[in-house]
Design a protein around this ligand. Structure first.
Ligand code: OOG
Ligand code: NI
Length: 470
């Protein structure tokens, strides 16, 4: 190369995982400023987790070793609701810059909420391990507004707003064409992207329009009447949701009545959640002041991801619990019914695995790593490798959401007096068309993670067998 050609040294592109880390931290700081009770919630969770670690030092040690402890400290999910296909598809591009992809389709119309949703989250093993930041993202379904005039009003209001700053749009395009962002641009991106999720107390409509939309459904007013899709909660993870639930009132939080999801178990499955109710906040309509309730607090505890069979059993049992409740004959409290019915769901990892109800990540034990393995070992079935102590199975954490719980969370924040019932009306294809991409099937992702781990175990054993035979 001639000396007149100076190589162009450009600052390195930062990874999508690093941008996700910066963004989730910035989001957490912004929300703490906006909703001081969120700070209280984070402290409560930290206290409870610290107590658990005091009681179970081995757990602490293990989580530190595996990196789960770092993950637990940063782990959050948030939720937003948007109004148009254009908003949703731009969000897909925005989240892609942080390595977050749409996973799952949730039809909430069945639960009386006129939205359908996906969750943007990382999908790779390493990305999930470092920071599994997720944003549950709902799209308003204008087609479910029965009143023609009101539907037209809503859609014309939505057509006029711009929820992204011009700069973030530039940076999204820049990142897509350049294959990423350099550090300073990544910081710009985080700052500008955050604007989309900020709370605005100025509504874009007059009080009368707000009331009309709210009478159709409170959520419609929440989506349509503001400048942007304010983040409506940000949820930390606890290792003991029952004690979090019990301690919320003492810290000034109005907890909802029951913990959503499965009951307390030895082997936690899926997801359990509780929340404090949405706060009434003062807002300014274009003609006068008023109030709006949108933002709330939530805590969750995650367990093992279930296979299709496991999920089916979970759904059946939950339906049974609800039927018992509506049959009226049962005097049992919800919690007791849940316990009783879920006794049918195996509660040891050995049984969950043997009955193919849950997903596991397989690794070689110390003994497995030092074994002089033979070709037969490499092809042996997993249960015999487990029995021989050569392989261990770690539960794969459920990284997604539960539509029924999600509906419960939505409902608890609607004041409970909502009359609207929509016919269950899944429309995944329409959602994906609006999103501009298909959503991942979450079960396939867990299945693939399990398969990858099995393939690695076999490859390692095969490698040793090859070493031994040469
Ligand atoms: C989303 C509610 C769903 C969860 O944790 O299930 C959710 C919303 O209220 O917008 O975040
Ligand atoms: Ni949530």
């Amino acid at each position: 190369m001639s000396s007149s050609h100076q190589p162009i040294v450009s600052p390195a592109i930062v990874s999508s995982g690093e941008i996700r880390m910066r963004f989730s931290r910035a989001m957490s700081e912004m929300y703490r400023q906006e909703v001081p009770k969120y700070g209280t919630l984070v402290e409560l969770v930290a206290d409870i987790n610290a107590r658990i670690f005091e009681q179970q030092p081995a757990l602490y040690e293990k989580m530190q070793r595996t990196g789960e402890l770092d993950r637990l400290r940063v782990e959050r999910h948030g939720a937003i609701r948007v109004g148009t296909a254009a908003e949703l598809s731009m969000l897909r591009r925005l989240f892609a810059i942080m390595g977050m992809e749409p996973v799952g389709y949730y039809d909430l119309s069945a639960a009386g909420v006129p939205v359908h949703s996906t969750a943007f989250r990382p999908v790779g093993d390493a990305a999930l391990r470092s920071n599994p930041f997720r944003v549950f993202t709902s799209l308003l379904r204008l087609d479910l507004i029965a009143d023609d005039a009101l539907r037209a009003t809503a859609s014309s209001i939505l057509a006029q707003r711009h929820i992204f700053t011009p700069r973030v749009l530039e940076l999204i395009t820049h990142s897509e064409t350049m294959g990423g962002l350099q550090s300073a641009k990544a910081d710009d991106f985080v700052r500008e992207a955050l604007e989309t999720f900020r709370w605005h107390s100025e509504a874009t409509v007059n009080a009368d329009t707000y009331e009309k939309l709210k009478n159709a459904h409170r959520l419609i007013a929440d989506v349509v009447c503001f400048k942007g899709p304010h983040i409506n909660h940000l949820t930390p993870c606890t290792l003991d949701i029952d004690s979090a639930q019990a301690k919320m009132p003492a810290r000034g939080m109005d907890a909802k009545d029951v913990v959503e999801g499965p009951p307390r178990r030895d082997c936690p499955i899926l997801l359990r959640q509780t929340s404090f109710k949405a706060m009434e906040e003062s807002v300014h309509f274009t003609d006068r002041s008023g109030a709006h309730a949108a933002r709330f607090g939530e805590i969750e505890q995650r367990g093992v991801a279930l296979t299709r069979e496991g999920r089916l059993l979970y759904d059946q049992l939950l339906a049974e619990v609800h039927e018992m409740g509506s049959a009226g004959g049962s005097a049992l409290e919800y919690g007791a019914r849940l316990e009783q019915v879920f006794a049918k769901f195996p509660d040891t990892h050995a049984a969950l695995r043997a009955q193919n109800l849950a997903f596991y990540r397989y690794t070689l034990t110390e003994q497995g790593k030092t074994l002089d393995s033979t070709a037969t070992d490499a092809e042996a079935d997993l249960s015999s490798l487990l029995e021989r102590g050569l392989v261990e199975a770690e539960p794969i954490t459920y990284e997604d959401f539960l539509p029924v719980s999600a509906a419960g969370i939505f409902q608890s924040n609607l004041g409970g007096q909502e009359q609207v019932h929509y016919v269950s009306n899944a429309a995944q294809q329409a959602f994906e068309a609006d999103l501009g991409a298909p959503v991942h099937d979450e079960i396939k992702l867990y299945e693939a993670a399990q398969q990858r781990s099995i393939a690695q175990v076999r490859a390692a054993l095969r490698g040793r067998a090859a070493e031994v035979t040469v």
